[in-house]
Design a binder for this molecule. Structure first.
Ligand SMILES: O=P(O)(O)OC[C@H]1O[C@H](OP(=O)(O)OP(=O)(O)O)[C@H](O)[C@@H]1O
Length: 198
């Protein structure tokens, strides 16, 4: 079942069980309600501080996260380490399909202009399939930034973490939770005709 390594973080995140399709196009059984995580920044701040400590080992210039949860966390960590901040934004379309990793992200021009040659930490509140994190990494590469670490408060399962590792990057996290995800054509819930949750 669940192993939460950092006391208290679990209490901030409500988990729903069911049959879900994620931004990556994968299907899986857990949906984390992250919308309320940043309602009170002072509650998340101790966890952000702990992740900031891990990131500080990598001589980072800029902390960058995908909009929106990753960006909120990136801004907190950038402030705590007195570093620059940037965020990536997802394309408006490319939602709700089973095609894997189809949603591109981009860096807003005002932030991208300062990223060439900089050492960047990519942070996300949660890494599941790593759709947001790896699309952010591609967007950072497009503006010639150098990714030196990828970090999250929590990783779910192995698929996303493995994808980042295969791209040659280190993942730092505070805690991990089991989660199995599948491409839609391998999803046992689809095979059992369990409807997707909205
Ligand atoms: O590793 P992944 O499979 O990409 O999943 C993790 C992403 O999902 C959540 O974002 P969400 O899509 O819910 O958008 P939000 O941050 O705007 O709530 C979370 O904030 C991560 O960015």
């Amino acid at each position: 079942m669940v192993t939460f390594e950092v006391a208290g973080l679990a209490d901030l995140i409500r988990v729903r069980e069911g049959h879900f399709r994620f931004e990556s196009g994968h299907h899986g059984t857990l949906w984390l309600d992250l919308d309320s995580l940043f309602v009170r920044p002072s509650v998340v701040a101790p966890f952000a501080r702990q992740l900031a400590e891990q990131i500080s080992e990598y001589s980072v210039d800029v902390v960058c996260g995908p909009w929106s949860g990753g960006a909120f966390l990136a801004q907190m960590i950038a402030e705590q380490l007195d570093l620059a901040f940037a965020y990536s934004q997802p394309a408006e379309d490319h939602l709700g399909t089973d095609q894997l990793y189809a949603r591109p992200y981009s860096i807003p021009t005002a932030f991208g202009a300062h990223l060439a040659g900089k050492r960047v930490a990519v942070v996300d509140d949660v890494i599941n399939a790593a759709s947001a994190a790896t699309a952010t990494m591609a967007a950072l590469s497009a503006v010639k930034a150098r990714i030196v670490v990828v970090a999250s408060l929590m990783t779910l399962g192995q698929v996303g973490r493995q994808r980042i590792t295969e791209l040659g990057h280190v993942v730092e996290t505070l805690q991990s939770r089991d989660h199995t995800i599948w491409p839609s054509n391998e999803c046992p819930l689809c095979a059992s005709r369990v409807p997707l949750e909205s």
